[in-house]
Design a protein around this ligand. Structure first.
Ligand SMILES: *[C@@H]1O[C@H](CO)[C@@H](O)[C@H](O)[C@H]1NC(C)=O
Ligand SMILES: *[C@@H]1O[C@H](CO)[C@@H](O)[C@H](O)[C@H]1NC(C)=O
Ligand SMILES: *[C@@H]1O[C@H](CO)[C@@H](O)[C@H](O)[C@H]1NC(C)=O
Length: 152
């Protein structure tokens, strides 16, 4: 009976001590992807870092290691959004955009008297290209009483 008790308290001490040394799941900036899904990691475990879709890695190192005292090694690794090229102006229309990074939007309008062919908006995609080419603004012409009347 006494032996069993000792065995149990021995196990208890061991569990508490090892929990003290594990690393908790690291809190990483939102655009960093890492390997490993568990909440706790043993000393010596390495986690590889990468960037989510649409983001580019900068600086390093690209991994962190759980140290003996339960803290992760430092890294300056960071993920910055990809850039799409600056859009060209369009003839007989306007474009509106605030940024050219991943997930930014460009809106296009045509001047009065012109009609749009193509898409009125484009989004910067994960690979750094715009989802749609710029539209064209075409002059609107109508026949009225045998005459061709054009807008603009
Ligand atoms: C990020 O991690 C998730 C889950 O592990 C994975 O499904 C996804 O493909 C990863 N994305 C990139 C860009 O590595
Ligand atoms: C583009 O149009 C959408 C939908 O009308 C609007 O929510 C967004 O703010 C516009 N963006 C810009 C940069 O004008
Ligand atoms: C970029 O991604 C889009 C959407 O996934 C795809 O249609 C297009 O072909 C890609 N362009 C290049 C240059 O990889």
């Amino acid at each position: 009976m006494e032996r069993l008790f000792l065995l149990c308290s021995g196990l208890l001490v061991k569990t508490v001590t090892s929990q003290h040394n594990v690393c908790s799941r690291p809190e990483l900036q939102g655009n960093i992807n890492m390997t490993g899904i568990q909440r706790f990691f043993s000393p010596g475990v390495e986690l590889a870092l990468s960037c989510k879709q649409g983001y580019t890695p900068v600086l390093g190192p690209r991994k962190i290691v759980c140290t003996m005292n339960g803290v992760w090694t430092n890294t300056k690794f960071n993920c910055i959004p990809k850039q799409c090229p600056h859009p060209e102006l369009i003839t007989n229309g306007e474009l509106f955009y605030e940024n050219t990074v991943y997930q930014s939007t460009i809106n296009y309008t045509c001047h009065e008297g012109y009609t749009m062919t193509g898409s009125s908006s484009a989004v910067c995609q994960a690979n750094g290209t715009w989802s749609k080419p710029a539209p064209e603004c075409i002059r609107i012409c109508i026949y009225s009483q045998g005459e061709l009347i054009c807008g603009g």
